[in-house]
Write a protein that binds this ligand. Structure first.
Ligand code: COA
Ligand code: AMP
Length: 633
């Protein structure tokens, strides 16, 4: 059994050799002979001449191996008080028919399908059904408002949209169909068909020409067999927030993704076929794609689809109940969820009601795990609490304490070491390697390992500009941090205008676009400021148009509503302040990072490019008056 050090060294010194060894962990229709190569546009590609099918790897492969009656998926929904279990055979049956239904609607290899579904089995089934046909799914998180859904429809140009009549958020039932109808009206691209899963909580109004009832559609559909695809064919597009209001369509290919995720299940998370793995995220985020759906199923694990919240569904013991009921071995969740539990159950008393002895590892990611939360978990849960770091772009972890190799020393606040395949460096702004314990830009030297993004959907120029132009030869993660004297990596936060609100990634530009559409607003800046529960929350600084007579309370109420309806409620936009000027560089770029640090009370240096340093003092006064900065005595 190789050590972490052996594998890491080989993966960096000879990436092809390392990943050639890993390729046999999956079954190919045609084994690749070319492990690593470059596209004409310079992108690194893995397993170019291999062919496979990701749905076959997630389901059929296990059935052929005699595990058809093993549990593949557990749908545990405190939101509806339902638990439903699917064996690999049962999942195959439903996925085959949904794929057949899609094919009857004209969906084939390379066609896009937008999935706007809550956390119900149909979400997993439809993703796998797309994979079965070689169609490309693009799942949109249910919390996004119509405008965001429309942006994604226009970019992905799907033939088909799959949705449900509603989602459930605590006691609120959110009707999805009106949101979908509005998005379709806003979008320029015309979607041929919309299939709606009617849930008992809400009956969606159907338009006979364009809408199909899911249950009837699936019941009448023939079974569809798998379609052989190239390793380089896209499996999905997942839109994520960049620094502007336009989302980035991260493309994931089939081959590298299957190899990397299969490897990660044991190497990172310490699980094997038959183990129960639970990622308490949402299928709309990358964690949901990689570790609710594909990773655990590729490995033959049982995966859990949880439709609930850490608290109030019905109480702060719900996570412990799920772990105990289903025998979860590895649990993966965002720290914000534990901050919510800690607030309601500071002594972690609910844990005493459950036997969670099946649990061996607790992984956290999605945002920086603050030390108080890490210590709270470490004090109450008798398993290693492992912080690890990754992004939508990479699809799997960049740094982790890897359970499969035997855990290293855990240092609270650190992500431990780079995962094999990731040559992580810390660079100064000038592009030089930073010495240990010195903050810099966290980058990864090319080539990135399999599973990471080869491009952005139909926007290769933006891919190059966003990730590869700041430090030529290195992938810029957009995160800042450092390595200590033992090489342990610490990620402290974004160096760009991306925010992380309760584990949800948002761009300041996305919210600014909504605010700027208010008739009284001349200019605005959104900052993601520190928040004890959500990690970060956005605040808006707004300049009014001349002659506008609107009270700050009225403006705030209207802007909050606009952000909810244009971006989505999960943005948690609740505060805005009217200011008279915004600090900018001489070239006109708003200094959001400087203002954010000022509000958070972090050290910052006055940029030499600032056009008028006085403006910062004015902003400080405005924000102090608004109660967002503590007054200095
Ligand atoms: N559909 C519709 N609305 C949604 C939504 C969804 N899928 N998700 C959140 N919202 C709404 C909430 O209902 C709430 O609305 P309100 O302002 O009307 O009350 C608002 O958005 C804020 O949501 P959020 O900040 O997420 O708070 P919450 O109390 O609903 O949930 C957590 C708290 C911790 C459970 C949740 O933030 C969470 O699971 N975060 C982790 C995200 C994650 O997994 N990220 C991936 C990295 S691991
Ligand atoms: P997303 O693409 O939504 O997964 O968000 C990725 C971003 O979340 C990263 O670029 C980081 O800023 C942040 N992030 C994810 N995991 C961690 C972590 N463990 N520690 C610190 N930041 C994290």
């Amino acid at each position: 059994m190789p050590t972490y050090e052996d594998d890491y060294r080989l993966s960096i010194e000879d990436p092809s050799a390392f990943w050639r060894q890993r390729q046999s962990e999956i079954d190919w229709f045609k084994q690749p002979t070319e492990t690593l190569s470059q596209d004409v546009n310079g992108s690194w590609r893995w397993y170019r001449d291999g062919t496979l099918n990701s749905c076959w790897l997630a389901i059929d492969r296990h059935i052929e191996a005699g595990r058809g009656e093993a549990l593949a998926l557990i749908y545990d929904s405190p939101a509806t008080r339902t638990i439903e279990k699917f064996t690999f055979n049962e999942l195959a049956d439903r996925v085959g028919r949904v794929a057949g239904g899609m094919r009857q609607l004209g969906v084939g290899k390379g066609d896009r399908v937008v999935i706007y579904l809550p956390m119900i089995p149909e979400a997993v089934i439809s993703m796998l059904a797309c994979a079965r046909l070689g169609a490309i799914h693009s799942v949109v998180f249910g919390g996004f408002a119509s405008r965001e859904l429309a942006l994604r429809i226009d970019d992905a140009e799907p033939k088909l949209l799959l949705t449900a009549s509603c989602g459930i958020e605590f006691e609120k039932v959110i009707a999805y169909k009106p949101l979908v109808d509005e998005a379709l009206a806003l979008a320029s691209h015309k979607v041929d068909s919309v299939v709606v899963k009617q849930r008992p909580q809400v009956e969606a109004a159907m338009s006979p020409n364009r809408n199909l009832d899911w249950d009837e559609w699936e019941r009448e559909a023939p079974d569809a067999d798998v379609v052989e695809v190239s390793a380089l064919d896209p499996l999905y597009i997942l839109y994520t927030s960049g620094t502007t209001g336009k989302p980035k369509g991260v493309v994931r290919d089939n081959g590298g993704h299957a190899v990397a995720l299969t490897y990660s299940m044991n190497a990172v998370y310490g699980v094997d076929a038959g183990d129960v793995f639970w990622a308490a995220s949402d299928v709309g985020w990358v964690v949901g794609h990689s570790y609710i759906v594909y990773g655990p199923l590729f490995k033959g694990c049982t995966t859990i689809l949880f439709e609930g919240k850490p608290v109030r569904t019905p109480d702060a013991g719900t996570f412990w109940r799920v772990i105990a009921d289903h025998g979860v071995k590895t649990f993966f969740v965002a720290p914000t969820a534990f901050r919510a539990i800690k607030k309601e159950d500071p002594q972690c008393k609910f844990l005493r009601d459950y036997d969670i002895s099946s649990l061996e590892y607790l992984f956290v990611a999605g945002e920086r795990c603050d030390e108080p939360t890490w210590h709270w978990l470490n004090d109450h849960v008798n398993v290693p609490v492992i912080d690890h770091w990754w992004q939508t772009e990479t699809g799997w972890s960049i740094c982790a304490n890897m359970a499969g190799y035997g855990l290293k020393e855990i240092k609270p606040g650190s992500l431990t070491l780079p995962v094999p395949g990731y040559d992580v460096r810390i660079l100064t702004d000038e592009g030089f390697e930073a010495p240990p314990n010195t903050d810099g830009n966290v980058v990864v030297a090319a080539p990135l390992p399999p599973g990471t993004l080869p491009t952005l959907w139909r926007d290769h120029e933006r891919f190059e500009a966003s990730y590869w132009s700041s430090f030529p030869g290195y992938y810029a993660t957009g995160d800042g941090g450092f390595r200590d004297e033992d090489g342990y990596v610490y990620v402290m936060g974004r160096t760009d205008d991306v925010m992380n609100v309760a584990g949800h990634r948002l761009s300041t530009g996305q919210i600014e676009e909504a605010i700027a559409s208010h008739p009284a607003v001349a200019e605005c800046a959104v900052l993601g400021i520190r928040d004890a529960e959500k990690g970060q929350v956005p605040i808006g600084l707004v300049l009014l148009k001349d002659g506008m007579n609107i009270s700050s309370d009225t403006l705030e109420t209207e802007l909050i509503q606009m952000v909810r309806t244009q971006v989505g409620p999960f943005a948690n936009f609740r505060r805005c302040v009217i200011v008279t000027r915004l600090p900018k560089t001489r070239s006109g770029k708003i200094l959001r990072q400087v203002m954010r640090k000022m509000v958070d009370g972090d050290v910052f240096s006055m940029p030499s490019t600032i056009d008028d340093p006085e403006i910062l003092s004015e902003i400080r006064e405005d924000l102090t008056e608004a109660g967002l900065i503590a007054p200095t005595t």
